[in-house]
Write a protein that binds this ligand. Structure first.
Ligand code: GRF
Length: 212
């Protein structure tokens, strides 16, 4: 059985979607550990409830980002995962960390990348009068929220929408597309090469699979 380690910082609703997909056999892998930079993250509780090893690392105990990320990589590598999944992990990663997991590190970002990298994406989309928003699953590279996109999902923004409503609409899509992409990776269908995502041997376009 292939092994997955998930990194979280907060609620962990995407983690829950992955736990459910593994339990239901939609992802043919075991979630071997959930690690957080935030001891209070509800995601750690979700892991414990599902019988998954849960661990927190406190950044304040380390001299700098490199030292923290080295300890994080050590904690991850103890489990010898095939894939590392960022699910609402809110710390910037050092280049050494990203390089160590190149091609086996996924993230989900709540925007239609390359639009709106960084924080407060829903607010920006509303303020700009966008008619649609969405989410992107991508391979992680050294460029923040800039790695090759694998799959996106779009949602409408209606006049008068509050930020919370758009967040919820986006998250509903995230809970479907993230487990799907993880299952592709676990089945050996997905890879990163030449700074692009490849599915079933075909190079995916910049907006990922099913760009239309
Ligand atoms: C998600 O919306 C994801 O796109 C972003 O952070 C949020 C995490 O939510 N990276 P949760 O912790 O999975 O509920």
């Amino acid at each position: 059985m292939k092994k997955i380690v998930v990194l979280v910082s907060g609620q962990g609703s995407n983690l829950q979607a992955l736990i459910d997909a593994c339990q239901q056999g939609r992802i043919a892998a075991t979630l071997v550990a959930v690690i957080s930079n935030n001891a209070q993250a509800y995601g750690l509780q979700r892991a414990e409830e599902a019988g998954i090893a849960a661990q927190a690392l406190d950044a304040k105990a380390f001299a700098d980002r490199e030292a923290f990320d080295a300890a994080l990589a050590q904690a991850i590598d103890q489990h010898q995962p095939d894939l590392v999944v960022l699910a609402g992990y809110m710390r910037i990663l050092s280049n050494a960390f990203v390089q160590h997991y190149a091609g086996r590190l996924l993230n989900i970002h709540p925007s239609l990348l390359p639009k709106y990298p960084g924080l407060h994406t829903h607010r920006q989309a509303i303020d700009n009068g966008d008619a649609e928003h969405g989410t992107s699953v991508h391979f992680v590279t050294e460029q923040l929220d800039g790695g090759p996109v694998i799959l996106q999902a779009k949602v409408p923004i209606f006049p008068g929408d509050e930020e919370d409503e758009v967040i919820e609409r986006v998250q509903t899509q995230e809970h479907t597309i993230y487990p799907l992409v993880v299952s592709w990776f676990i089945e050996g269908r997905l890879a990163m090469r030449d700074n692009a995502a490849w599915l079933d041997g075909e190079r995916l376009p910049a907006q990922g699979y099913a760009a239309d």
